[in-house]
Design a protein around this ligand. Structure first.
Ligand SMILES: *[C@@H]1O[C@H](CO)[C@@H](O)[C@H](O)[C@H]1NC(C)=O
Ligand SMILES: *[C@@H]1O[C@H](CO)[C@@H](O)[C@H](O)[C@H]1NC(C)=O
Ligand SMILES: *[C@@H]1O[C@H](CO)[C@@H](O)[C@H](O)[C@H]1NC(C)=O
Ligand SMILES: *[C@@H]1O[C@H](CO)[C@@H](O)[C@H](O)[C@H]1NC(C)=O
Ligand SMILES: *[C@@H]1O[C@H](CO)[C@@H](O)[C@H](O)[C@H]1NC(C)=O
Ligand SMILES: *[C@@H]1O[C@H](CO)[C@@H](O)[C@H](O)[C@H]1NC(C)=O
Ligand SMILES: *[C@@H]1O[C@H](CO)[C@@H](O)[C@H](O)[C@H]1NC(C)=O
Ligand SMILES: *[C@@H]1O[C@H](CO)[C@@H](O)[C@H](O)[C@H]1NC(C)=O
Ligand SMILES: *[C@@H]1O[C@H](CO)[C@@H](O)[C@H](O)[C@H]1NC(C)=O
Ligand SMILES: *[C@@H]1O[C@H](CO)[C@@H](O)[C@H](O)[C@H]1NC(C)=O
Ligand SMILES: *[C@@H]1O[C@H](CO)[C@@H](O)[C@H](O)[C@H]1NC(C)=O
Ligand SMILES: *[C@@H]1O[C@H](CO)[C@@H](O)[C@H](O)[C@H]1NC(C)=O
Length: 640
């Protein structure tokens, strides 16, 4: 992904993509005749399929993390970054509120909210936080916490309340003792009833009479709904559950552009994303809003572990949008990478390993894959990347020989020559539908000794980089065909990560994404591409098997895998005509047919899930299955 000139990025073509254009599949024909296409699947032979093939790329953008899959619901809760000011705060009662830098909550959280109370106050007064365009309010148990200083002994009232309706969904008191000398944290738990919409806010009020003519300071406020696996500082259960259903094999994180930083000093720094959240300063990100970093290094790894995904962790490799560090100047950053790996993998007798244990993770994490940088073929990174890569590769490989390393691009003029054995190269492709279909055979003629990751891909059918639009059937069908090309070649294509994952409808700077949401209940909307990812990732065998066919590829495409006696045949019809298919798999009896279809431009939009996978039972007649593929349809036949 690229911020400044997406068009340029789209036009950028790596060397072997040019080569693969020489054998473009014919996508314009209608198929042979009205005779069904006959696919005969052999149970014999075939190549091992990568167990990691289907994953997803995650970085903080479009409030995918803060205000998204991370559970904390209040915006600007620690005044992090330098661009938000008083965003999301409002006074309640006769008070003035302001950002107070003279009363930091911690070394990292350098301001608090000063609530100055009028001298004649008699009511409960305080402040509101309106969340990320509202607070999702469900019939559920919420945890909330805040830091507080100033002299106050008595009741604090917390509410979840409709911003315009005034309906109170949760109303909860707690008793506090607060002093002027320092900040104290208070935590509480309460139940709420459900709001029909997302137009809600969180209120904190206190007895104004007790503070009349004076002030209290509040800082690092938090509100959590139920979290996935009930983890503290965890993921939003509802958004995480939709994610989990895809059954991705790996997660590529934390970027992407967002690891790089708009300046060297604003890069993603691992050691500022660990430990108590009140000790995490946050940062201005690459995607136009401050990151809280409450979704930090350990939280990403809990996410992976809880969902049985293999982590693919990216390291900063010397390139930011504001400058590049290389040669001996890079050495401190290489040392920092080794510190990070000691934090992740070291035992408790090591300095950083002990810190991990202190932060709540006793056993070392599993870190089998590390990517060195991001898109170093772009934004001025090409010249220095071979040296930067080699410097970091050597340091990591010497210390951790069994970590597989990933180079951040596939342009051989930006890579060391030769690429060290065992290194995976990472290609990123955002394309229009026809272009993805034309790349169906991109990997067929690749050297078999160079492993590949497609670390970002997705159909983007726009020239407007900031336009908000949705995946639609033709585009998702083209992704399915491209994925079949990868699956057929997954002896070399080891990993493929759809990108990006998630967007808050109110904060979109890149689309489409796999799914989206806002503060309203019922707003979580999977795209047509979500269903393709789910069909592919949850229906993959361990062996790619040969297929005999009665026609050439186009407009119908296919690929097959199996595990033991379970077969998975993927089909896609990239055209406006129905295609009848007979799939013959001897020694199988029955199973299910998953089908995603719709008109060419049909897609899902917020609250409107028009297109979703339909699963039906299917019986074979002596191992023959009749499948009717509607225009632009995508299907998986899973039989045994
Ligand atoms: C596909 O079939 C349709 C209708 O049968 C026909 O109009 C069209 O010309 C055909 N296209 C090709 C490329 O053969
Ligand atoms: C597909 O099969 C159905 C049912 O046998 C038939 O009605 C239809 O005409 C066939 N379509 C094509 C394009 O051959
Ligand atoms: C709030 O600010 C206004 C305008 O500056 C001022 O007149 C008023 O006295 C302030 N009230 C409190 C309670 O500080
Ligand atoms: C406090 O006094 C101000 C004017 O001085 C007035 O506007 C406000 O309504 C009063 N508030 C209360 C709670 O009496
Ligand atoms: C709220 O949730 C509780 C616990 O899950 C459930 O028992 C109750 O029926 C729910 N209430 C409503 C109104 O849905
Ligand atoms: C909270 O405390 C205030 C002041 O004592 C009281 O008026 C209010 O009813 C209490 N609210 C709840 C939900 O207990
Ligand atoms: C704040 O001060 C109080 C009273 O002096 C003390 O009991 C408390 O431990 C202090 N809290 C912190 C976080 O330093
Ligand atoms: C809150 O809801 C939970 C789950 O429904 C229930 O077990 C608990 O008793 C409720 N607590 C209160 C204070 O109502
Ligand atoms: C909510 O608070 C309770 C009580 O402190 C705690 O046991 C639980 O882990 C918290 N849950 C989350 C999701 O933070
Ligand atoms: C993080 O690591 C860098 C580089 O080693 C170091 O300069 C910095 O002080 C560390 N920051 C924290 C918060 O530990
Ligand atoms: C690498 O090997 C060491 C020692 O055998 C082992 O402890 C560690 O878990 C391995 N790491 C990975 C990523 O496989
Ligand atoms: C297995 O790999 C070989 C060598 O690349 C290739 O010729 C063959 O077509 C592959 N088989 C399948 C089923 O993909």
């Amino acid at each position: 992904m690229k911020i400044a000139s997406i068009e340029h990025s789209l036009l950028r073509v790596v060397l072997f993509i040019i080569l693969s254009h020489l054998c473009v599949a014919d996508t314009a024909t209608n198929g042979s005749s009205s005779d069904p296409v006959v696919l005969t699947i052999s149970g014999k032979g075939g190549n091992k399929s990568s167990p990691l093939l289907y994953g997803v790329m995650f970085e903080e953008m479009d409030h995918s993390g803060d205000g998204g899959i991370h559970g904390q619901l209040l915006q600007n809760n620690g005044f992090q970054g330098n661009s938000l000011g008083m965003t999301a705060y409002a006074p309640i009662g006769s008070v003035n509120i302001s950002q107070d830098t003279s009363k930091p909550v911690s070394d990292a959280i350098t301001s608090s909210l000063r609530v100055s109370v009028s001298s004649n106050a008699t009511e409960y007064v305080g402040f509101a936080n309106t969340g990320y365009n509202g607070v999702p309010v469900r019939n559920a148990t919420y945890n909330s916490s805040f830091w507080m200083s100033g002299t106050y002994s008595g009741t604090i009232n917390l509410q979840l309340i409709g911003s315009h309706s005034g309906i109170v969904y949760a109303d909860h008191n707690l008793t506090v003792e607060s002093t002027e000398s320092n900040f104290t944290q208070f935590k509480t738990t309460f139940n709420s009833s459900a709001s029909p919409d997302g137009d809600n806010e969180w209120h904190l009020t206190f007895d104004g009479e007790k503070v009349a003519g004076s002030a209290l300071n509040f800082g690092y406020i938090e509100l959590f709904p139920p979290t996935y696996h009930e983890r503290e500082n965890g993921l939003r259960e509802d958004l995480a559950t939709v994610f989990e259903k895809v059954k991705f094999n790996f997660l590529r994180f934390p970027g992407g552009n967002n690891i790089e930083g708009l300046e060297i000093d604003s890069r993603w720094k691992w050691n500022r994303t660990i430990g108590p959240v009140v000790d995490r300063p946050g940062r201005e990100s690459d995607w136009f809003y401050p990151n809280t970093d409450a979704l930090g290094l350990d939280e990403y790894l809990w996410w992976c572990e809880d969902m049985q995904m293999t982590p693919l962790l990216a390291m900063w490799a010397g390139k930011s949008y504001g400058g590049i560090v290389s040669g001996s100047d890079l050495q401190p950053f290489v040392d920092d990478i080794l510190n990070e790996l000691e934090y992740l993998l070291g035992n408790s007798s090591t300095h950083f390993g002990a810190l991990r244990v202190k932060n709540g993770r006793k056993d070392p994490w599993k870190i089998p894959y590390v990517e060195i940088g991001n898109e170093d073929d772009l934004t001025g990174g090409c010249d220095t990347y071979p040296d930067r890569f080699s410097q970091i590769y050597t340091a990591i490989h010497d210390a951790y020989p069994n970590i597989t390393l990933v180079a951040s691009n596939g342009d051989y003029s930006c890579l060391p020559s030769p690429v060290p054995e065992g290194v995976i190269i990472d290609l990123h492709l955002y394309r229009q539908p026809d272009d993805f279909v034309a790349l169906f055979n991109q990997f067929d003629n690749q050297p078999r000794n160079q492993s590949i990751m497609v670390g970002e891909y997705g159909c983007r059918n726009t020239s407007n980089a900031k336009g908000t639009y949705w995946s639609y059937i033709q585009g998702s069908c083209s992704e399915a065909i491209y994925m079949m090309g990868m699956e057929r070649n997954s002896d070399i294509v080891q990993m493929a990560a759809y990108a990006p994952l998630l967007e808050h409808f109110g904060f979109v700077s890149w689309s489409p994404t796999l799914y989206g949401f806002n503060s309203s209940s019922g707003s979580i909307t999977p795209s047509t591409s979500y269903f393709v990812q789910k069909m592919f990732a949850s229906n993959k065998g361990d062996t790619v098997i040969p297929i005999n066919s009665s026609t050439e590829f186009g407009p119908l495409y296919w690929a097959a895998t199996k595990s033991d006696s379970q077969y998975y045949v993927k089909l896609a019809n990239y055209g406006p005509e129905e295609q009848n298919v007979t799939v013959s798999i001897s020694e199988t009896k029955s199973g299910r047919l998953e089908m995603l279809s719709g008109s060419r431009l049909q897609g899902n939009t917020p609250y409107e899930v028009d297109v979703e996978t339909v699963s039906t039972k299917i019986e074979g007649k002596e191992g023959n299955y009749s499948v009717s593929m509607g225009p632009w349809a995508i299907a998986v036949l899973a039989v045994a």
